[in-house]
Design a protein around this ligand. Structure first.
Ligand SMILES: Nc1nc(=O)c2c([nH]1)NC[C@@H]1CN(c3ccc(C(=O)N[C@@H](CCC(=O)O)C(=O)O)cc3)C=[N+]21
Length: 310
């Protein structure tokens, strides 16, 4: 890359700093709920098996929840757990009034049907927003719980752009956990939304028209710098482990779906990986838990805000 200090560079959207602000907001709300209602939002995270990456994410989630004042509990089940046993735990958490949010870490081992587990979580405690009731509410304008990653992306977009009304947004990826809910959220914000995916024919052209690009496909460096419309806002959801032989055999680093260095020279603003969407995802999980707790307790959110659903 040849870049001089005079070259324009996109503004970095600092997800880490923004996530810290969201968490501070959550912590204030939790303190208020305790004071006014004696209510401590409870988040229960369930992990099955010992995938090391999953273990790290779960540890981070629980630590950050605790720091924000939530009652946070981790349930660790062995890799060989039967589906019925996981469903029994979910039923117990559904019935426990001190549990306001339930997150079952995905992926689950092959003997367990993920859809069956998600369907078993009480929708009002589904802080991932993965239950079909919450997906349906998002699609039909209801106030369900919104998936954490797209919610975090929306908060960053609003912070950067303010009103999103009328903007052309391209979502690359159509997963149930990111692409589809992201498209629904952007529609709710009055964007003109295009959803592209692995069979899309003219991805570069679609991208060149977009004021907002949300890349969530899981392919390192798929989105090229010369696909970006000058000044566009680029949100990179990708978390790809790529080898870094220069750091030694077997070493990897985290890379997004966007060629960051090239895109940064064209875009108006861009999220880094790491330090972009990831920290916001966890912050939104805490935010969703507070939202869920207030609804279950029948008390108002201490400080309703305009970002996302809550
Ligand atoms: N039911 C369920 N809900 C989830 O939300 C869920 C899940 N299952 N399974 C796994 C994925 C992954 N995920 C991440 C969240 C934050 C970071 C994150 O904070 N990443 C840091 C860096 C992490 C690193 O360096 O490895 C960053 O982007 O800056 C990463 C990954 C939530 N997930």
């Amino acid at each position: 890359m040849t870049q001089t200090p005079a070259d324009p560079q996109a503004t970095l959207i600092d997800g880490k700093a923004m996530a810290a602000r969201v968490r501070a907001h959550v912590a204030r709300d939790v303190a208020t709920l305790q004071e006014r209602h004696g209510l401590t939002p409870g988040l229960h995270v369930v992990i099955v098996g010992d995938n090391p990456a999953s273990q790290i994410y779960v540890r981070n989630k629980v630590a950050q929840a605790t720091e924000a004042g939530l009652a946070s509990v981790k349930h660790e089940l062995p890799a060989g757990t039967a589906e019925a046993d996981l469903l029994a735990l979910v039923a117990r958490l559904n019935a426990d009034p001190a549990v306001h949010g339930i997150l079952v870490q995905l992926p689950l081992p092959p003997q367990i049907d993920e859809q069956a587990v998600i369907a078993a979580i009480a929708p009002e405690k589904d802080v991932d927003g993965f239950h079909v009731i919450n997906a349906g509410k998002l699609a039909t304008g209801g106030d369900g719980l919104v998936p954490c990653t797209p919610l975090g992306c929306l908060i960053m977009l609003r912070d950067r752009l303010g009103d999103l009304s009328g903007l052309d947004a391209l979502v690359i990826g159509r997963s149930n956990i990111v692409g589809k809910p992201m498209a629904q959220l952007l529609l709710r914000e009055h964007c003109t939304v295009t959803v592209a995916h692995s069979r899309s024919r003219n991805l570069a052209d679609l991208c060149r028209r977009a004021d907002i690009v949300v890349a969530a496909v899981g392919r390192a460096h798929l989105v090229q710098g010369d696909w970006i419309k000058p000044g566009a806002t680029v949100i990179d959801v990708g978390m790809n482990r790529v080898p870094t032989p220069e750091k030694g055999a077997g070493k990897t680093r985290l890379a997004g779906d966007v060629d960051f260095a090239a895109a940064r020279a064209v875009a108006g603003a861009i999220t880094p990986v790491p330090g972009g969407v990831g920290p916001m995802t966890i912050a939104c999980l805490l935010k969703n838990t507070v939202t869920a707790a207030c609804r279950q307790a029948g008390v108002p959110l201490p400080s309703p805000d305009s970002s996302g659903d809550a």
